[in-house]
Structures are given as C-alpha cells and as structure tokens.
Design a protein around this ligand. Structure first.
Ligand code: FES
Length: 295
C-alpha cells in the first residue's frame, strides 16, 4: 500500500470510529464550562480579527520547537532550551483556540479533532519533559523527548491539515458560492416575508435568506459562514439574524458579525424591485472563483 493511501485509510478509520464519540462528548462538556459562549469563545474563535485565531497561533509553537531542533544540532543548549520553553508557553493559547473551534464541530470532524488534539497534547507533554530534563542538565534526555514531541506534533499537524483542507473546519462556508453578476429574479414582491420574518429561496441554484427590515428587502447568503447552518431557521434580534446552531449574530445592515463564534461576515446581495419581482445580484467580486461544490 502506498503511503498516501495508508494515511488516507488511517484517517478514514478515525472519521468512522463511533467509539470516539463518548470521550469527545465528555471532553466537550468539560471544555464548555471554561470556554463559555460570549467574549471568551468569540476571542478564541477569532471573531474580533475576522479570521480564525487557531491557524495564526499554531505557527508560534511549531516554529519555536522546530528551531530548537536546529539549535540542538549546532550545540546551542541554552538557546534550544529557551525555544522549547517558548513553544510551551505559546502552546497554551494555541490549544485553547483549537478547543474553541472544536466545540462547534460534529461527527467525523469532531472525531478527527479529538485525535488531532490528543497528538498535540502528547507533544506538549513531551516538550515539557524535554524542558525539565534540559534544565536538570540531562541534555540527551531532553533531545530525545523533543524528538518524540516532534513526531507527535507531525501526526497532529497532519490531522490538523485534514480538518482544514479536507473537512473545511474553519473555512468560510460561503467561500465558493457564486451569486449572479446581473439582476436575477428571486421571488414575487407579494411573496416577501413580513417584517423580520425569514424565508429562503434559490437564486441561480444558491440558497439565499430573504427578510424585510424597516420596509426594505434584505437578501444575504442563507448558509452561515461559520459552520453552514441554514440561517432562515434562525431568528431576528435587534437588527441581526441569529444563527440557529451556535447563535452567531449577523447585522442585517451589512452582514457584519455582531457576535460569534463566527468570524467571517455574511455576504449580502444587492436588491431591487422590478415589475412586481424582487431581483438580486452580487454586491462584490468575491464570487469570481469557480464553485466546485455546486452551491
Ligand atoms: S453555524 Fe455556527 S454560528 Fe452559524
């Protein structure tokens, strides 16, 4: 069996392993007591910076620990120990941001995320052992623990890549949705929902959310940018549509995130009334990308 097929088959086994659900559920319960919805979860999810926080933070411990191996190779003992320590300190917020993202996953994503975290927690443990061994003057043991940590980190990193690039965790779920550049029929004016009521229609094969705000039709992507919930099943509160899955709130004025855990704004479409019909078109150039998923 070729190596890529072997890795694929190992990941498939993780994705399909229902035995991981019970520990994942137990760990979620514990984490949820610490990572509360609101400011803590929003910060860890990257809501204030408009981008997932976890991929920004992972560069620090990975960079520090990788560089420490280089310093080991050239015999800079003190420099290597300091970088191992820097990696440990930076691993704590990195793990917290990853845990926050993980709390919003389900099914196969949750299983892969759990194993990803276990590998990384193992790496943190090995690097902690490495730091203490180095501080005690046992350099050989320290280097050995670092190498073990690097191996675990690589396995965790592989699964982290799978989560992001294969399963799309952390990706704006509307990234590949294409909206029409020209005015396109959405629905009859007579079929518009009432003030702050929500409905969904298809425009060029893409589901969009339609509501009326202060007498004006508002149309935005119906798929929540966070994890893809159908927003028309949510509610309108204080001028925002609130997602039915994780309660992110998006402004009906401009689609901006008013509260997370979402970190990407909800795409809004331009609207006009024409011969008794509501017509829409895309409001920006984000949809120039081709759409490999259909909707
Ligand atoms: S799917 Fe998570 S906030 Fe909408």
């Amino acid at each position: 069996m070729r190596t890529p097929r072997l890795l694929e088959s190992l990941v498939d086994r993780i994705e399909g392993n229902a035995a991981l659900d019970a520990p994942a559920s137990a760990l979620s319960g514990v984490l949820r007591k610490v990572i509360r919805p609101g400011a803590v979860e929003d910060t860890l999810s990257g809501t204030p910076i408009g981008h997932p926080l976890h991929p920004l933070l992972v560069a620090v411990p990975i960079g520090a620990w990788s560089s420490s191996l280089l310093l080991d190779a050239v015999g800079d003992e003190e420099g290597a120990r300091r970088l191992v320590g820097l990696g440990l300190v930076s691993a704590l917020p990195t793990a917290a941001s990853g845990a926050s993202d993980w709390l919003s996953t389900e099914g196969a994503e949750k299983r892969v995320g759990l194993v990803h975290a276990l590998f990384n927690y193992g790496a943190i443990g090995m690097y902690a052992a490495s730091w203490f061994a180095r501080r005690a003057g046992r350099r050989g043991t320290g280097i050995g623990c670092s190498l073990a940590g690097a191996s675990l980190l690589s396995a965790g990193g592989y699964l982290g890549g799978h989560l992001a690039y294969a399963q799309g965790v952390g990706v704006d779920t509307t990234a590949f949705q294409q909206y029409p550049a020209d005015w396109t029929d959405a629905l009859a004016v007579d079929d518009l929902p009432g003030e702050d009521a929500l409905t969904s229609v298809q425009v060029a094969g893409v589901p969009v959310l339609v509501t009326v705000r202060a007498g004006r039709p508002v149309v935005m992507a119906d798929r929540c940018t966070h994890r893809g919930a159908p927003l028309h099943e949510g509610s309108v509160v204080d001028g925002c549509v609130v997602c039915p899955w994780h309660d992110s709130a998006f402004s009906l004025d401009d689609g901006s995130v008013q509260s997370g855990p979402a970190n990407r704004p909800q795409p809004l479409l331009e609207t006009r009334l024409h011969e008794g019909r509501l017509q829409v078109r895309r409001a920006d150039e984000r949809s120039l990308r081709t759409n490999p998923t259909g909707t």
